[in-house]
Design a protein around this ligand. Structure first.
Ligand SMILES: [Zn+2]
Length: 257
């Protein structure tokens, strides 16, 4: 039964991922996410049902539009696959529970914001706003963490990054942390509660240092180039969701006892 449900959730996740791709393309361009129906962004040909299978359509068409043969970004199948996998893993870890629903919504918002941040270096306010509304509803219905924990999470998440932004502006005289990152981290804190939020922040700093260093060594980026920080926040948060409690227990046992 678990195997069957996992597959259903995986496929449902991939189909939602296909909708997320529409959001990722249209939200930064201020287009409607429901109208017009999916079409090739090069030639405008409306996609038929055969072109709309998550992942498989892209593979069968070898990443090209059926009509005009222009390339379709690998972002499309990747977002579908990542969404399907994350949904399935969340189900396997949390079963059908409040945590499952909470993290499903958080992961969905993170997938969309990360892809937009990588392409446009922005985190749209409307996505953070939708996340805050959803987070508040989850807290009020008792499906997520206690409201005090959520509130402290919000303040710790947003506050830490705000402090980093103010300090780097004051000491380094440059923008170290964008407003979008501050708001996003606050929103995440609302979902995670304060402990996992602190861990997510630390993990995002490690991930940023590691990947940023690699990009410099491999000369993909130069010193002083802007690197979007949203993806590191997302990676830190996803690790916290899956391994946070184990990591915190391990850390406390190793260093404090
Ligand atoms: Zn086309």
């Amino acid at each position: 039964m678990t195997v069957f449900l996992s597959m259903v959730i995986f496929i449902a996740g991939m189909m939602l991922g296909s909708f997320f791709n529409v959001c990722i393309y249209r939200i930064p361009r201020a287009e409607s996410i429901v109208f017009p129906p999916s079409h090739c962004t090069s030639c405008g040909t409306r996609l038929k049902w055969l072109d709309l299978f998550p992942l498989f359509s892209w593979l069968f068409l070898r990443g090209r539009c059926r009509s005009c043969k222009s390339k379709i970004s690998i972002q499309y199948p990747l977002v579908e696959l990542i969404t399907g996998l994350l949904y399935m893993l969340l189900y396997l870890k949390f079963g059908f529970s409040g945590s499952f629903l909470t993290y499903l919504i958080l992961a969905s918002i993170l997938i969309i914001t990360t892809a937009i941040d990588i392409e446009h270096q922005i985190i749209p306010d409307e996505l953070v706003f939708i996340g805050i509304i959803a987070g508040v509803v989850l807290v009020l219905t008792g499906l997520s963490v206690h409201w005090k924990d959520a509130l402290i999470g919000l303040l710790v998440g947003g506050g830490t990054f705000l402090a980093v932004a103010l300090l780097s502006e004051w000491i380094l005289k440059k923008e170290g942390m964008g407003g979008g990152d501050i708001k996003l981290m606050g929103m995440i804190g609302l979902f995670l509660g304060w402990k996992l939020t602190v861990l997510s922040i630390l993990l995002s700093i490690y991930a940023g240092g590691l990947i940023g260093g690699l990009l410099l060594i491999l000369k993909i980026k130069k010193r002083g180039d802007a690197i979007p920080y949203g993806p590191f926040i997302a990676v830190g948060t996803i690790i916290s969701i899956f391994f946070g409690n184990e990591l915190i227990t391990w850390y406390l046992q190793t260093f404090l006892y």
